[in-house]
Design a protein around this ligand. Structure first.
Ligand code: F6P
Length: 531
């Protein structure tokens, strides 16, 4: 089947999986363990310092073979080669998808074009190094000659979530005297309360926006500019040393007034939700230092190489993607949860929501036709052990099955032996209890735990910049694999455009409310009368 005529549902593997799903009801994970003493060895895989145990899944040998066959019968491998070589696989925007080039080394290049691209990336990252080194050394001075102590990243979506997650996750490596703040929401309470606590003389604003057109970011930027005017009497603060621009649209940033040498550029082929590896990651480099930032890139590159080179059956992103497809397309599971047993990964589920749901929440196939099967999973999550005291009740005894990714670091330098033992003991107990369940005695149905609830367990040796980079790249590629098999474009986001357009219509000077539906008109009127 060539790529143009491909549809996952017309593959032999898909029909085979449907047959397997029709008999899957009786399968118990614990019985699969009983039948195969080597199950853990067979269903676990390592990449660098990441270890994935996927043995606690509703995965028989037959299902596993059929899933691998689906990957083989899909355009996954040609699509992967096309992405890494820079073909415009984002077909609705005619763009290449090259976030992996942001962490590539010259030795990875297969052509002069690729070598030039990597060289250009390295040059752009040198600007990140220069700026972050200067700020960390206390040599970047505000308009009154004082060194910067606080950096406020203003951005939203990919221009916020990745850097915010990385700075929190890599707290262990953070600069002791620099404070990072992240403003994303257009809710004025967020920026106004943050600025109130800061000294404008020692504050630097990093305006992070791929397009430099985003409504929320530009309004927050205006509020910051006004704050500098009110507090320091600074006219056009965006042109002062208190602002840097991080963008793929330097013309817009310059037109906004940011001096050219304070604009850190990245290429248009970096998707917003894949941009933490670019100059959008300036706040990360400020927090942990450029050397550690490079370690993060090195970890992501290690995962890129694993994804390109490992056979499908031991390829971590492919395995996780196939399991997701098995659950959602065949066992009709509605959502999936990511539960890190690490408080510093609290923001990982939010980050993954954008990565996964903005990428694969699509219903048009690459050939422009509507799809007739489910795509993007609904992803949610929270850290353990907190989640145990909130929604785990539903996971254990509710009527729905929610496959879980448990994630933890085997070693944590910021914790101590006792805490870490209790934390990880809880995680292992939960995944085991969810799988094994427990019978109840007569009349005690409320004490019945059905079990058979699937999960992956992903262990990092520790939460180092390198392993963090590999973790994020793992999920990037998982999303890519699913998009390839579902035959959708994982790299556009047209779904967000209609809401933006209608917000502009509602907010225009002569708000065009007349054409809105009756409910919206009434709500608009209620707010107008009560604000
Ligand atoms: O509206 C969605 C989106 O385009 C995301 O994909 C992106 O990460 C975010 O907005 C912010 O865009 P920008 O970086 O251009 O401000």
């Amino acid at each position: 089947m060539n790529d143009k005529s491909y549809s996952p549902t017309s593959t032999l593997a898909w029909s085979n999986l449907e047959t397997q799903a029709s008999v899957a009801n009786g399968v118990r994970i614990t019985e699969l363990f009983d039948a195969d003493p080597q199950r853990v060895e067979n269903l676990s895989v390592t990449s660098g310092e990441l270890y994935l145990d996927f043995s606690k899944n509703l995965l028989s040998d037959k299902v596993w073979s059929a899933l691998l066959a689906l990957a083989g019968q899909s355009p996954l491998q040609s699509h992967r080669a096309a992405m890494f070589s820079g073909e415009p696989i984002n077909n609705t925007e005619n763009r290449a998808v090259l976030h992996a080039a942001l962490r590539a080394e010259l030795e990875d290049a297969n052509s002069n074009a690729e070598r030039n691209r990597i060289a250009q990336v390295k040059e752009q990252l040198q600007a990140v190094k220069r700026a972050s080194d200067k700020i960390r050394a206390g040599q970047w001075l505000g308009s009154t000659g004082k060194a910067i102590t606080d950096v406020v990243n203003i951005g939203i979506g990919g221009s916020d979530l990745g850097p915010k997650l990385a700075c929190a996750a890599l707290e262990e490596y953070s600069h002791a005297e620099l404070n990072l703040h992240f403003i994303s929401n257009v809710d004025g309470a967020e920026i106004l309360t943050t600025l109130k606590r800061l000294n404008p003389e020692t504050t630097l604003v990093a305006l992070a926006s791929k397009t430099f057109t985003t409504q929320e970011t530009l309004l927050n930027a205006k509020t910051a500019i006004n704050w500098f005017a009110d507090t320091l009497g600074l006219d056009n603060a965006q042109s002062s040393s208190h602002f840097v621009g991080l963008t793929a649209n330097p013309d817009n940033a310059m037109a906004y007034g940011i001096p050219e040498d304070q604009i850190l550029e990245f290429a248009e082929w970096v998707g917003g939700r894949y941009s933490l590896w670019s100059s959008i990651g300036l706040s990360i480099a400020i927090s942990i230092g450029f050397t550690q930032f490079e370690q993060m890139l090195a970890g992501a590159r290690e995962m890129d190489l694993h994804f390109q080179q490992a056979p499908l059956e031991s390829n971590m992103p492919v395995i996780m993607a196939l399991l997701g497809i098995w659950y959602s397309n065949f066992l009709k599971v509605e959502s999936t949860a990511v539960i890190p047993y690490c408080e510093r990964l609290l923001l990982l589920p939010s980050y993954l929501q954008q990565l996964d749901m903005e990428s694969n929440g699509k219903s048009t196939a690459l050939n422009g036709e509507p799809v007739d099967y489910d795509t993007g999973a609904i992803l949610w999550g929270q850290t353990g052990t907190n989640g145990q005291h909130a929604f785990f009740q539903l996971l254990h005894q509710g009527t729905r099955t929610v496959p879980i990714d448990f994630i933890a670091a085997a070693k944590d330098n910021l914790s101590n032996e006792e805490h870490h033992r209790v934390l990880l003991g809880n995680m292992l107990a939960q995944s085991s209890a969810l799988m094994t369940g427990q019978a109840a005695s007569e009349g005690q149905q409320h004490r019945f735990y059905p079990g058979n609830k699937p999960s992956n367990t992903l262990l990092l040796k520790q939460l180092s910049p390198k392993n963090f980079g590999a973790l994020v790249a793992l999920y990037e590629h998982k999303v890519f694999v699913q998009g390839s098999i579902w035959n959708i474009n994982s790299f556009d986001q047209w779904g967000v455009e209609l809401g933006k357009k209608m917000a502009n219509e509602l907010l225009g000077e002569n708000a065009e409310t007349a054409k809105f539906d009756p409910s919206t008109k009434a709500l608009f009127a209620y707010i107008a009368n009560n604000s």
